[in-house]
Design a protein around this ligand. Structure first.
Ligand code: CA
Length: 600
């Protein structure tokens, strides 16, 4: 029988990924003089040696005793990783500062679906640690352990290089192990109730506690500040920790939060049906290819022009940015769309009545047959029909890219958000049929249903829409929520409605701890005709550590925008952008919106 230390050693050797220096560091204390766990840390001098000895340093001290280290490897200065990238773009190598990279696992178990599950996570501990911890949130349906560098966007130093210890996890399932082609591939974990709950947020607390314990033992002191940052599913995780685990983090960036994910998944079917209606009324077959052609490039440009004609100047400047989105109502936009419909005289480039009806349906949002709103509609904005918007709503015609509302939204709704999980259609056309068959009256209840072995609904597991943030507020937590106004999958109107509810519940004091920053023109997390590159995280840190409450964050347009380098403040809701042009020079401010009774 091996001692626990030697068992760890055997695992490390078997893994073949341990450096000679690390072996020496582990073997010596283990063989020469077995020491109680609490003394191990003090005996091991040197950053690299302590890194290699992480299994010993943590032995017996894990908050969750099922946790163990898989590898702990010293990465020298200049160690390169290739950042996650789009399939059609080469990966960008990124040089990292010297740090200890730890991969660990906890809660290995067998699921009711016969799959083997575990929660895996990665923590990078920088040599030049500043006393801060950042949890890097996940994305999509998770299932991969994030790179744990804390990317901050183009031109900004990653968090690890800024001296943060950075954590990432897979949220309890592994796409390389748990994918099942018969059950929608990577969404197959939805057939196991614990895997679904871990994905929804149950995994967040044990992983955070493990990382905090590692930081405390490794550096000899607990983190001074703990942060969370994520977008989309990662934004949902940020909302989840603020609401359910308010003790864990001092500051959270929850960008484009999927905090109503099960409802948003229903709305994806609704939106697909809206576009299918354009084809049906024209007598065309509803196929994935035709869906992408429901609006030609010219038709999309007409929509954008109509929105800008209605709303661009509300912020004082016709610049292609709707800087006062709350003023951009259907009462203004629909007449401009109708003016662009086909009739004698404007038939060269025009919209059909059914196209306008489809847009109005998407703006109005998902309702049941009694008219009850299930998910808010999507805000009129200048980013509609930009590539990042189309890829969800209609797909792209050339090159052909299938609509994510169908090929991602469909499988997720079937396997992850429905109780009981439903068989997942296997082809894009079958998924399209599944979305077209959606009925709010009949199918929306699947996100609220409990049925053995699912003791909680998907809404209870994954929804993070509580308006009670009292515990987070009481501990001094700060929550910063950037959200694209042209986000085609999670409606900014849902985020704003939630914030208003929080504000009402706190007597108008929500801004003390939670601020929403709608980003005009921005699609899901990034992109669009927008100043989408922001200093949201830096702003959060100043709010948490220096008490600087932000009325704005700084936005800059990226290379894919119509105006690279353009800068605009991004205003916190309900403030609105106001431009002034004086002596040929533009200036911008965030001001209280004008109401019928004046500024409020
Ligand atoms: Ca404008």
């Amino acid at each position: 029988m091996l001692s626990s230390q030697n068992r760890v050693l055997a695992v490390l050797i078997a893994s073949g990924s341990i450096a000679a220096v690390a072996l020496t560091a582990i073997v010596l204390p283990a063989i020469a003089a077995p020491t109680p766990p609490n003394a191990t840390h003090e005996l091991i001098q040197g950053f690299a040696e302590r890194c290699a000895a992480m299994p010993q340093i943590m032995a017996g001290l894990w908050p969750d005793p099922t946790t163990h280290v898989i590898t702990a490897i010293m990465r020298p200065a200049g160690y390169e990783i290739t950042q996650a990238h789009q399939p059609d773009q080469p990966g960008i190598p990124l040089a990292l500062p010297p740090h200890c990279e730890v991969e660990a696992v906890m809660r290995r178990r067998s699921g009711v679906d016969g799959q083997n599950y575990a929660i895996r996570f990665r923590l990078r501990l920088p040599e030049a640690w500043t006393g801060r911890l950042l949890f890097q949130g996940g994305g999509g349906t998770n299932g991969t352990v994030g790179d744990a560098i804390g990317p901050m966007g183009a031109g900004r130093l990653d968090a690890l290089s800024q001296g943060y210890a950075v954590l990432a996890q897979d949220s309890g399932h592994d796409n390389t192990v748990n994918s099942d082609p018969a059950r929608g591939g990577t969404v197959a974990f939805g057939f196991d109730p614990v895997a679904r709950a871990d994905y929804g947020g149950l995994s967040l607390r044990p992983v955070t506690l493990a990382a905090k314990a590692m930081v405390a033992r490794f550096f000899g002191k607990a983190p001074r500040y703990a942060y969370f940052m994520g977008c989309s599913k990662g934004g949902q995780e940020g909302m989840m920790v603020a609401q359910r685990y308010p003790d864990l983090f001092d500051g959270i960036v929850a960008a484009a939060p999927g905090f109503s994910l099960p409802r948003a998944a229903l709305a994806e079917a609704w939106n697909t049906q809206a576009f299918a209606g354009v084809l049906q009324s024209a007598g065309q077959p509803v196929t994935m290819q035709n869906l992408a052609r429901t609006f030609s490039a010219e038709a999309g440009a007409l929509v954008r022009s109509a929105v800008l004609a209605a709303c661009d100047r509300d912020d004082g400047l016709a610049d292609g940015i709707v800087g006062a989105p709350a003023q951009c109502t259907s009462a203004k936009v629909i007449p401009k769309l109708r003016a662009a419909t086909c009739r004698p005289g404007n038939s060269v480039s025009c919209l059909s009545d059914t196209q306008v009806a489809a847009l109005a349906k998407i703006h109005d949002g998902l309702r049941d047959s009694a008219g009850r709103q299930i998910y808010p509609g999507f805000a009129w904005d200048a980013g509609w029909f930009d590539g990042g918007w189309r890829i969800w709503m209609t797909g792209l015609a050339q090159p052909a890219v299938p609509a994510l509302n169908v090929v991602l939204g469909g499988p997720s709704r079937a396997a992850v958000f429905s109780t009981p999980p439903q068989p997942v259609p296997s082809s894009p056309e079958a998924l399209l049929a599944y979305q077209l068959a959606f009925s709010a009256d009949r199918d929306a209840g699947a996100i609220l249903r409990r049925e053995q072995p699912f003791v909680r609904s998907s809404w209870e597991d994954i929804g993070a829409r509580s308006i009670d943030l009292s515990a987070f507020h009481a501990r001094g937590g700060k929550l910063l929520i950037p959200h694209g106004v042209s986000d085609p999958v999670f409606s900014v109107n849902d985020t704003i409605a939630w914030w208003r509810d929080v504000d009402a519940a706190t007597g108008g004091h929500a801004a003390r701890f939670a601020r929403v920053f709608p980003i005009p023109g921005m699609a899901h997390c990034q992109g669009g005709p927008a100043t989408d590159q922001t200093d949201a995280f830096d702003t959060l840190v100043k709010w948490v550590e220096q008490g600087q409450s932000p009325d704005q964050i700084s936005g800059e347009a990226g290379p894919g925008s119509p105006w690279p380098g353009r800068k605009r403040p991004i205003c916190r809701y309900p403030l609105e952008l106001k431009a002034k042009v004086s002596g040929g020079k533009e200036s911008f401010a965030c001001v209280a919106p004008v109401t019928a009774r004046g500024r409020r």
